[in-house]
Design a protein. Structure first.
Length: 237
């Protein structure tokens, strides 16, 4: 049985973090490494990471993780631009995947069980879009059937990927999960400290770590600022 592809969107400038979020420590590995592992263990393959360049530390980390690198030069077009770049790559494969599971790099705490649940929901229902729901909120990652990939590639998406999701609510399957990581968007130094404390990943995110400052582990993820609803023009950076 063919597996959905996994996509990590990591081409953002990460200006609020002072360095690439893709290289931040997520508990013994980088955000990139953790998401690549999660998607692989959750049943995705191949897993691609979209970066802003084919050189530098992020590109090297993608190689270290064993993922495939797709370049969206300079992060052009934000996350919807990066998603389009990934879909163009996947569509050009000799044997394209039947679906894709995508996540911004700043949602690294998602579990493989959540990814497996999305895939099971898609296989069991045939729904073209499958999203996790934690308590009352939708989250990441999002699964979409390859038959609607062209909708994400359309150039008139003023709302980005959210416009595709909102087009027909009846084709969206929500999968209830107990995984708070699906709504845990880590895009500021404060939120990073709350989730991961002051730990660093030497040699991989020195610039970002330097911006974090003092602090300890804060509230549980469910008490944190929630992520914007997935596909609400997932933010770049």
């Amino acid at each position: 049985m063919k597996r959905p592809a996994g996509i990590v969107l990591a081409a953002g400038a990460s200006s609020r973090m002072g360095g690439p979020k893709a290289l931040l420590d997520a508990g013994g590995t980088t955000f990139t490494g953790r998401l690549v592992t999660t998607l692989n263990e959750g049943g995705c393959g191949p897993v691609v990471v979209v970066a802003a360049s084919d050189t530098g530390e992020v590109a090297a980390e993608v190689d270290r993780c064993g993922a495939r690198l797709v370049v969206n030069p300079g992060g052009e077009g934000g996350q919807i631009g990066s998603l389009r770049a990934a879909l163009e790559y996947l569509g050009g494969l000799d044997d394209p995947p039947p679906a894709f599971v995508f996540s911004p790099v700043d949602n690294p705490a998602v579990t493989p069980e959540t990814v497996r649940g999305l895939i099971a929901g898609w296989r069991g229902s045939g729904a073209p879009i499958v999203m996790p729901r934690y308590e009352e909120e939708r989250g990441h990652p999002v699964l979409a059937d390859m038959t609607i990939a062209h909708e994400f590639q359309a150039r008139d998406l003023e709302e980005g990927a959210r416009g595709v999701v909102r087009r027909d609510p009846g084709r969206v399957l929500e999968v209830p999960v107990t995984d708070a990581g699906v709504v845990d968007d880590i895009d500021t130094p404060r939120r990073y400290r709350e989730r991961f404390g002051d730990g660093g990943c030497p040699g991989r995110h020195d610039a970002a770590a330097g911006q974090l400052g003092p602090g300890g582990v804060g509230p549980d993820a469910r008490e944190s600022r929630r992520a914007a609803p997935p596909c609400a023009e997932p933010r770049q950076g």
